[in-house]
Design a protein around this ligand. Sequence first.
Ligand code: HGY
Ligand code: MN
Ligand code: MN
Length: 428
Amino acid sequence: MERSVCLSPQEKEQLLSYFETQVMQVLNWLAAFSPDEEGGITRLLYTEGWLETQLALAEKMAGCGLKTEFDHVGNLFGKLQGEDLDAPSIITGSHIDTVVQGGMYDGAYGIAAGLLALDYLQRQFGKPKRTLEIVSLCEEEGSRFPMAYWGSGSIVGKRNFEQIVHLQDSYEVFFADAMQRCGFGEGTGRDSRRSDIGAFIEVHIEQGAVLEKEGIAIGVVDTIAGQRRLKFEVIGEANHAGTTPMHMRRDALEGVSVMIQALRQEAVRIGAPLVATVGRLQVQPNVPNVVPGKVVFTLDARHDDEQALDSFCQWVMKEFTSLAAQRQLAIHGTEWFREEPVPMNDKLKKKMDDVCGKLAISSKRMVSGAGHDAQMFEHLCPTAMLFVPSRSGISHSPEEYTEPRDLAVGVLVLTELLYRLGYEGEEL
Ligand code: HGY
Ligand code: MN
Ligand code: MN
């Protein structure tokens, strides 16, 4: 019979209230780094605030008795060395970067949970059989540069330095320069590639409203949806707003507004779990008395079925091209990001189900519409992910919130899972 970390309801309650205070302390401490004066947190890859946070986290990990190390792209690891030096590591963690004006839980919670779990386990049980590690992944969101999953992708071999050579942020700062300014880059430290990872477990807020609506404490992620991210340029003709008759205009913004309407109608017609978002739109010259000559905008499309996602994107290209042609507009669409849907590891999912059962914690299997580092790690090692509820499903916003008790439940389940894998050496 597998032993649980906390054997009685009293011990479970005690552990939950301990984790409740601790997780809020760590999250509030992390949230103080790179606050955005407009609200929320903006912690973008290779900025000063990002570096300050990673360095402070390294100190905190060391303070918990973990051996810390950065790899050469800025992923930060805290290691609790196991007895069996040949056994692959069990790693938990998430990303430290955020979206612009993001919340204080997305990514940060997975790091806080891992830190608390490792700290508790080593104080209670000493040295594990298998090495346990917490990782603060340097970047996942793709908020600063047109590159996402840079941290986890570098570890599993899906990201490399050639891919970033020409990348610039919206201030035309080169990716490589920003990386070097933080002391990272080729030849600055250990290569990110790892082949000694036995399992990766990510704890994350749901960023949706299913768990809250159904009153369930833990989501065991079945599959992480696939994503396509595209950039469109629509070119018309800038002209005088006062003297250009309506029928003589080649108004790029009017054309794009029709495209966005058509996009939404088609996405609604196809229905869930397909989602499509135009999140960024730049008008040129963007002044009130000039007919817009050019519009640059993004499309983010998701689905847990690769085929459905591909056919939706084909429809988009066809529809946008014909709408542009009807208005004598030129259009260029480029796909800059693609990840296929990734099912999580069956054995680990079943372990998570069992842990929740043994701890009398309600749980359900679910699809993740959000992308996560776990979908990278699954290409390398058995990977699983658990969610805790998000209030009204809000995320990527300063309004992002999860009850401390719900956060603590996620930490408890993670702790138990790491105990079984790390100390009892359960088969992966
Ligand atoms: O966009 C996403 O799905 C994730 O938050 N990066
Ligand atoms: Mn996010
Ligand atoms: Mn995230």
